[in-house]
Design a protein around this ligand. Structure first.
Ligand SMILES: Nc1ncnc2c1ncn2[C@@H]1O[C@H](COP(=O)(O)OP(=O)(O)OP(=O)(O)O)[C@@H](O)[C@H]1O
Length: 370
């Protein structure tokens, strides 16, 4: 897919921006704090309705404004689409070709992006919550139904936790209500876990191959789902449901004591190992970086496999951190297949030949000059 044009209004430091005639490779050049990241972030938000940098939509709206607008014209295999997202302090509204979408999850996936950002390393090194967010965002792009179950699960989780917080000493009286929440939690939880396991299996196939390519065949990267109930590779819904209910009954006393839900997809994790050793704990800085890179590259292939089109690549501040070999690996692997937007403070640090054909955009204080 291909972004032809983008319009921003009151989005972060962009009061008004209309930019078009993008090519396959687009370099956004400018000094620090001028709006380069804000521009690629806007494309990310248009794809996923959420930012990769913040969970608070208010931060996306220009200071002293109450609403922001992101629009883009995107060429897909089946034709051109106009995407619009309105952000306001009251919530979000999305339109496809002028038609307002009832659910945001119907909008997600019309534009697909893969973002490479300095924070990617946190997927490997950071907390389990960061890995769950990575899984949820990426699965949501290719399987919109997933987001529905995720939203429902989160709603039930909040209610169930509220009940558990007041349960101490009143175990008998909360029994019936807890059973109701258990069933609903398990219903959506099982769908989430199943989808995550299927996604990881597909991602694993590509990540292993790509990682071997980068490391000259020396390293075998393995991704494993770390569940809070049941076996890591179990995908049968009936079995998962059974295991989830069993686990909830096992941790019941502890849950009442601590006033929170202790099993379910909100407690699960994703682990990476190289040649059998856990990367989080034993990997070198370079291995952790390469793992994060392989993961993102694998995602590009996975999206292509799932929807039959390549996503748009957003490279925010990452190219200059890679050595020339990895820069080339990143750019040339997807040459002629993928439209790319790259942010950098200058062109000097970019050494790959392919960038010589790039369209250059100068970003300065919320203005962009082609
Ligand atoms: N909600 C907002 N309203 C107005 N301006 C904002 C808002 N959020 C961020 N900014 C401004 O945007 C600028 C940062 O832009 P951005 O993060 O795109 O920088 P950048 O050009 O990518 O820089 P770097 O090279 O340092 O990464 C800052 O000047 C910041 O004050």
């Amino acid at each position: 897919m291909f972004v032809n044009q983008i319009t921003l209004q009151n989005y972060r430091n962009y009061e008004q921006l209309k930019l078009g005639s993008f090519g396959p490779v687009n370099l956004l050049i400018g000094q620090n704090a001028q709006g380069k990241t804000n521009l690629v972030e806007a494309l990310y938000v248009l794809a996923l309705t959420k930012s990769h940098r913040t969970a608070r939509d208010k931060e996306l709206i220009a200071f002293s404004e109450t609403s922001a607008y992101i629009g883009a014209e995107v060429s897909r295999k089946y034709g051109d689409v106009k995407l619009e997202l309105m952000l306001s302090t009251q919530g979000k509204k999305a339109k496809i070709n002028g038609l307002e979408q009832r659910k945001l999850s119907d909008f997600v996936g019309t534009l697909n992006v893969v973002m490479f950002a300095p924070e990617d390393l946190e997927i490997v090194k950071g907390t389990p919550g960061i890995r769950r967010r990575f899984l949820d965002m990426e699965i949501g792009q290719v399987a919109p139904g997933y987001l529905y179950h995720l939203q429902q699960y989160q709603k039930v989780l909040v209610q169930r936790n509220n009940l558990l917080k007041q349960a101490w000493g009143k175990e008998a009286s909360i029994q019936v209500m807890l059973e109701v929440w258990n069933e609903q939690l398990a219903e959506h939880g099982v769908k989430i876990v199943k989808k995550r396991k299927q996604f990881i299996k597909k991602l694993q196939k590509w990540a292993l191959e790509i990682h071997q390519g980068i490391t000259g065949g020396k390293e075998a990267l393995q991704l494993t789902y770390v569940p809070s109930f049941g076996e890591a590779d179990e995908e049968d819904e009936a079995v998962l449901l059974d295991r989830f209910m069993l686990k909830l009954s096992q941790v019941r006393e502890q849950e009442i004591r601590r006033g929170m839900t202790l099993a379910g997809p909100h407690r699960d994790d994703l682990a990476f190992s190289i040649n059998g050793r856990e990367v989080q704990t034993y990997g070198s800085q370079g291995q952790q970086r390469t793992t994060a890179l392989s993961l993102k590259l694998a995602e590009i292939e996975l999206i292509h496999e799932e929807i039959g089109e390549y996503p748009v690549l957003l490279l925010d501040d990452v190219l200059s951190e890679l050595d020339p070999y990895r820069q080339t690996q990143l750019i040339e692997t997807f040459q002629d297949k993928v439209q790319t937007f790259i942010t950098a403070t200058g062109v000097e640090s970019l050494n790959t030949g392919r960038l010589k054909e790039a369209g250059i955009y100068h970003v300065h204080a919320g203005q962009v000059e082609p």
